[in-house]
Design a protein around this ligand. Sequence first.
Ligand SMILES: Cc1cc2nc3c(=O)[nH]c(=O)nc-3n(C[C@H](O)[C@H](O)[C@H](O)COP(=O)(O)OP(=O)(O)OC[C@H]3O[C@@H](n4cnc5c(N)ncnc54)[C@H](O)[C@@H]3O)c2cc1C
Length: 396
Amino acid sequence: MITLTDTTETDVAIVGAGLVGLTAAIALAKQGRHVTLIDSHAKPAHTWLPTIQQWDARIYALTEETIAWLTSLGIWQYVDIARVEPIQSMTLREPSQSAPLILKSEDAYLPQMGCILESANLMHACYQMLEAIDIQLTVASPVSIIQHAYFAEIKLDTQENVHAKLIVAADGVQSWVRQTLQIGVTFKSFHQTAIVANFNVEHAHEGDAQQWFLPHETLALLPLPSQMVSMVWALSTERAQAMLGMSEDMFTQEVEAACHQALGQLTLCGETMSFSLNQQTAHSIIAERVVLVGDAAHQVHPMAGQGVNLGFRDVMALTQLTAKLSVLQDVGDFHFLRQYARARKLDVVKMTTLTSGLDALFSTSYPWLQHLTGWGMQQINRTVWLKKQLVQTATL
Ligand SMILES: Cc1cc2nc3c(=O)[nH]c(=O)nc-3n(C[C@H](O)[C@H](O)[C@H](O)COP(=O)(O)OP(=O)(O)OC[C@H]3O[C@@H](n4cnc5c(N)ncnc54)[C@H](O)[C@@H]3O)c2cc1C
């Protein structure tokens, strides 16, 4: 029997329609490239419906750079701003409980230090923009990739073929594209699980993002509108399992105790989710006619709230380079891809080292090192120019 297959000729095939893949599709299409966006799942069921009163437990801290970029792509206009909270300050505490390090937006003469919003809110905005520029999501799973000299061929389980000058692998941490092309990864388990949940709080949070660095644990209470906070608690997998098995009251009491009731009484609202925490870096973020972006390329600890921002910066770098090519130039040319790899190297190494270094520092059992950390925080607190630098590094 002969099977008929449809073939789509495209400039860029994007595998994975998470936030990084969606924004890549929008940014490349806005440059006049023909884009084919593929995901094995249809538009996620949790994608925002304005009528839903519940708040998404999955939230993001977005940097000012990310917000400006999403605005320039036309995505930000679709975000429901009533459900976005600007970050006015950050309060960081370490185990010795000496004076916290407080970073304020005004330390760097900024109106805000990024913002907190729900994943579903941003997803919804991306889908609105996709619709506005008439890009359809192809719901299918790739089954093979063949790299030819002038294009790459993706076969889909729907019997369709896609011929693309470039494949953008945005298919997340377990990236099928990366595994199929046998690109290895450096993997580190933090032996931690992150529990995320939203709480109503008794005392106003005043836009303060609070973080406690405990021995081998980090607890963040991030401000949300309506006197709510989003909790991201990274803790040992064993303790996380015990916490997840607790009653709602006991669980809430544990959180109140860990944050020393900084915001008074807490009331859990909505679902509680958990994620195991690892660090993973691909040995190469390019292959013949392929680039890796987002978690497919690198996964970092969420303590710095940088994962999706880092993925967006991959797309920014890629599209800054493609903007320099004419639409007739080959976007999958290997020399071009090497420029992308060079452009991303430093940022990824910096972020991976920072998050894994902070985890190591705060998990230390050496009291002298803990004291040194506390002393360091107090020195930063007293040094105006250093605070300005830190605020700029944390937000831009
Ligand atoms: C607890 C926690 C808190 C976090 N908090 C923050 C934060 O505050 N700020 C921040 O910046 N980051 C944060 N992160 C990190 C952030 O969630 C990720 O970096 C980000 O979601 C990665 O996006 P992505 O689009 O690369 O991948 P994903 O969101 O994983 O999307 C991958 C997409 O690919 C699709 N896919 C997978 N396999 C295939 C296949 N074979 N074929 C086709 N499609 C496929 C999937 O369906 C999915 O749609 C957090 C992470 C965790 C775990």
